[in-house]
Design a protein. Structure first.
Length: 165
């Protein structure tokens, strides 16, 4: 499918309150659009598990987007809860995506091992947690985005299997 739809969710208390400019969400938007995705929504929400879960579930359940890319909330802070919010609504997990992002990011910083990012599927929507910094978003998303298209083709029935032509 040529025109995949993506929703962007930023998890940030200070961003939600307008106290800090979000730079990661716009970075996701830029990369997604450069790769042919239509950004159908972008939101900054507080680090609140229920709000984040509800927003992701609504997008998936109403088939608003094929892909939800999140940023923020994947660290060790007491308020960081994006992986838990994702796991609360995911029907199936996709561990290979965050494993690949962490392995790739380890080339640049050993702190990549501290990322708690996860990925999952709800209905026909893939959800991927990206790190919170614009630099890490750029590295990780540039690394995975080409393969996400094939996964989405399989998920939505556009392709029948994982064999390469």
């Amino acid at each position: 499918m040529d025109n995949r739809r993506v929703a962007i969710i930023v998890s940030s208390d200070s961003g939600y309150r307008g106290e800090r400019e979000d730079l990661s969400g716009p970075e996701i938007k830029r990369i997604a659009e450069e790769n042919g995705y239509e950004v159908v929504s972008a939101a900054i929400l507080p680090d609140d598990k229920d709000m984040l879960s509800s927003a992701m579930a609504k997008i998936a359940d109403e088939n608003m987007a094929d892909l939800i890319l999140t940023t923020g909330g994947t660290g060790f802070s007491q308020r960081d809860c994006m992986p838990e919010a994702t796991l609360a609504i995911a029907e199936r997990l996709v561990p290979g995506i965050p494993e690949a992002m962490r392995a790739y990011s380890m080339q640049f910083t050993k702190r990549a091992m501290l990322s708690r990012s996860t990925a999952g599927i709800r209905k026909q929507t893939l959800i991927v947690n990206l790190p919170g910094s614009p630099k890490a978003v750029r590295e990780c998303l540039d690394y995975i985005i080409s393969e996400l298209a094939h996964g989405l083709d399989i998920l939505t029935g556009e392709a029948a299997n994982c064999a390469r032509k």
